[in-house]
Ligand binder design. Structure first.
Ligand code: SF4
Ligand code: SF4
Length: 377
């Protein structure tokens, strides 16, 4: 998944709005961070053109369909309304005369593997598998569950369009149809050494009904053993689905890891192609449930430190928001690896990582750490 997108490496570009020469960032976003924040009227069309191009290459809808008459999917914030043969933004669903086909309910576009514990999971520093927290109800050991496995389920579709996507190759895999997997097939991958299942991607949201059904079947199969259900998500689901997701993780000892991409709505839109308002509202709801089980934590937040764009100011605002919900919510700051349209960016610098860590602590969070330290330069 480390394929290069641009042939040439470039660490500078001229901002399409203010014409300033920007150093220490590649041209993938086209607009400097200051203009995204303060001159959105001028920046918006530049950003939209980049996102449109990045989707047309993969024959993905350039924006969520909003047919005046059509079938609606209400799984995520986009609420796509599709005419017959029109695909949803995530491309998992397609309109028919009366309903939706392709699937994400009875079968799913996914791949999976067995990840030995301790994993490099975003929450392994606080979760039951990595630390033994919640033993014996939620962990099989008093410490790391060495000898057990996480069943890592990678959903090959997404309802965001992050220009730095670390796993963007999935955009090429859905069309041939070879990756559709049925529930029974995936169930055979759950063994007695499986102590957690983690849904990630892409994102689990567009195929949430499948993940919920599969989780219930897996818990039935391993009834009496520790088997945690965990999610790694952009958090942009329709809030009506939150309780079903939370119930599975709360009772199994798993967690919901929400990746908060940015605080400023325009920086978020530029990075992901989507709004962040519902994401933040969903985090408030999940944090409410998290008070019901503090050990191991139900909610874990993370943010990727995109050089130049997700700086200490962004992190401070995000951290202050999280701390207002509960200062003990764990927050992982992830060092950046250049990928996809931001392939020309440098990795996160030590100075940026340290400034962001300090900003998150200053904002009132008590459990913050920098992950992927091997990428820091
Ligand atoms: S999937 Fe859940 S329990 Fe397993 S390592 Fe990751 S956070 Fe921990
Ligand atoms: S899950 Fe997919 S089809 Fe449904 S609303 Fe979201 S992007 Fe659209």
């Amino acid at each position: 998944m480390s394929e290069s997108w641009f042939g040439q490496k470039s660490r500078h570009f001229q901002c399409a709005v203010c014409r300033r020469l920007v150093t220490d960032a590649g041209p993938g976003l086209g607009v400097c961070p200051e203009c995204l924040r303060t001159r959105w009227d001028a920046a918006e069309s530049v950003v939209e053109t980049i996102h449109r191009g990045s989707r047309e290459r993969f024959d993905l809808p350039v924006r969520p369909p909003a047919a005046p008459v059509g079938v609606e999917c209400a799984l995520c914030v986009h609420r796509c309304r599709m005419q017959p043969h029109e695909k949803g933004y995530c491309a998992v669903r397609e309109g028919t005369e009366r309903s939706l086909r392709r699937d994400g309910r009875h079968r799913a576009l996914l791949s999976y593997y067995h990840d030995p514990i301790p994993t490099n999971c975003v929450a392994d520093w606080v979760c039951a598998a990595g630390t033994g927290s919640g033993y014996p109800a939620y962990s099989r050991e008093r410490g790391p569950e060495v000898g057990c496995y996480n069943l890592a389920v990678f959903f090959e579709a997404c309802n965001f369009n992050c220009l730095y996507c670390q796993n963007w190759s999935f955009k090429k895999s859905g069309e041939a149809g070879q990756a559709w997997i049925g529930l029974e097939d995936l169930l055979s991958a759950v063994t007695e050494r499986t102590s957690c299942i983690c849904y990630f991607g892409g994102d689990p949201v567009p195929q949430l009904p499948f993940a919920l059904r599969f989780s219930r079947r897996a818990l039935e199969k391993r009834f009496g053993s520790v088997l945690r259900i965990c999610w790694e998500t952009n958090g942009s689901l329709n809030p009506a689905w939150i309780k079903a997701m939370v119930d599975l993780s709360l009772h199994s000892g798993g967690c919901i890891k929400v990746d908060l991409k940015a605080w400023d709505p325009h920086v978020h839109k530029a990075l992901t192609g989507c709004d962040n308002r519902q994401v933040l509202e969903n985090v408030v709801q999940i944090a409410g449930f998290a008070r019901l089980r503090r050990d191991p934590p139900l909610l874990v937040a993370s943010t990727l430190l995109v050089p130049g764009y997700v700086n200490e100011e962004e992190v401070f605002h995000l951290a202050r928001f999280i701390a207002s919900l509960d200062p003990d919510i764990p927050y992982a700051l992830l060092a950046f690896a250049p990928q996809f349209y931001l392939n020309d960016f440098p990795t996160t610098s030590r100075a940026q990582a340290e400034a962001c860590l300090e900003a998150a602590q200053k904002a009132g969070l008590r459990r913050v750490r920098v992950a992927n330290r091997h990428l820091i330069h």
